[in-house]
Ligand binder design. Structure first.
Ligand SMILES: *Cc1c(COP(=O)(O)O)cnc(C)c1O
Length: 372
């Protein structure tokens, strides 16, 4: 028999957290459902995969894996600094940007600190902060899916430690306008750190793009912008994200709270190649952009409204309990994510896969409707 676990061993903030609502890995899918997955559309992964050069770089770096990687990640930081017009000491690399979100919370949050975010949101923005003892205020998206500037203004207090949100938003899809972004900065207290998560920045249509780094450079608050190689660059499995901050002292603090060798040598080699391949990126963005329009229209024709998307996914109203809807689709070999956050439990997020995968998703939704 297992030895008893002392009742107070786990910190109460951790015991109270829900388990991370992760997508289902393909081999686990087959084990559970006894069928092959036809379309894995639950984790916003890239149907075209990584740039060929990234995979070649991983293979050719394999010979060196007996050595520890460069703990300072100097080569990749310099490359990103050049691309973003900043200095390498204001850039940090993480084992995925989730690693950096955790490092940020560990470096800054004290018990009882206040964090503000938007709902529905990327789970870690809320639960990562709660794990560090913070209380989190969530501000709902309004019905028109604009970013809730007034709601954020009301939620923030003078001592709010962090405002964290993603644009384009995961799971909903819209991108904040430049005007609203400036307005959010204006209503943020001077000592509140703005953590702006741009995991889907590459998918934003030209007419909606703006340079958040340039705008933040003029603001009075501390800030960090987070980006990732997991989505448009197709490196979700090898884990690379990065952050650009207002101050190298913030970067130095995060270097202490992240795992020192968390970014492995193969990941760095792959990221450098992936970030260099603009032609591959353009293909990825073109496919996702065309498919998000097509799928939203097809869903609307079947009676499912969706939020406007500037990403590689569509957030839509299933018309009932989204978890049950997603489970019914799984039995047909289609994986999507039913949202589990009030008041969005009727909504689900479907990733834009290949045309064939998206067609399989639409066919399964139509089948479900016919069976009802
Ligand atoms: C996917 C995602 C991330 C990051 O993922 P990593 O794989 O850890 O880099 C961060 N923020 C949002 C909003 C995301 O959707």
């Amino acid at each position: 028999m297992a030895s008893p676990l002392p009742a107070d061993l786990i910190r109460p903030q951790i015991a109270a957290l829900p388990t991370y609502n992760a997508g289902l890995a393909l081999d686990r899918f087959s084990d559970i459902y006894g069928i092959d997955c036809i379309a894995k559309l639950d984790s916003n992964e890239n149907p075209l995969g990584a740039a060929p050069g990234a995979i070649a770089a991983i293979k050719s770096s394999a010979d060196g894996i007996a050595r520890y990687p460069d703990a300072t990640n100097a080569a990749l930081r310099q490359m990103i600094a050049r691309r973003c017009g900043t200095k390498a000491d204001r850039v940090i690399i993480g084992n995925g940007s989730e690693d950096l979100i955790g490092a940020l919370f560990r470096a800054t949050l004290r018990d009882g600190d206040h964090v503000v975010t938007i709902c529905p949101s990327f789970g870690l923005h809320e639960f990562g902060a709660m794990a560090c003892g913070a209380s989190v205020t969530k501000v709902n998206f309004p019905d028109d899916w604009s970013f809730p500037v007034d709601g954020l203004a009301r939620a923030m207090q003078r001592d709010t430690r962090i405002l964290i949100f993603a644009s384009p938003s995961n799971p909903t899809g819209p991108a904040i306008t430049e005007t609203d972004f400036r307005a959010v900065i204006d209503v943020t207290p001077q000592d509140t750190l703005i953590a702006f998560d741009e995991a889907y920045i590459e998918y934003v249509q030209k007419s909606a793009q703006f340079d958040a780094l340039a705008i933040l450079a003029e603001c009075k608050q501390p800030w960090i912008v987070l980006r990732t190689c997991s989505k448009a660059y197709g490196l979700a499995g090898i884990r690379v994200g990065y952050g650009i901050a207002s101050d190298e002292r913030l970067i130095n603090a995060l270097m202490k709270t992240r795992n020192p060798f968390g970014v492995n040598a193969l990941a760095v080699a792959a990221a450098i190649e992936a970030l260099s391949d603009e032609a591959h990126l353009a293909q990825v963005v073109e496919l996702a952009t065309a498919e998000r329009v097509r799928i939203a229209e097809a869903l609307r024709a079947m009676g499912h409204e969706s939020a406007p998307s500037q990403t590689n996914f569509v957030f839509f109203n299933t018309g009932g309990d989204a978890s049950g809807f997603a489970e019914s689709l799984r039995k047909k070999g289609i994986l999507i994510k039913g949202w589990q956050e009030e008041p969005f439990r009727n909504w689900a997020r479907v990733t834009m896969g290949s045309v064939a995968e998206n067609d399989a998703f639409l066919a399964a939704v139509a089948e479900l409707a016919a069976e009802a």
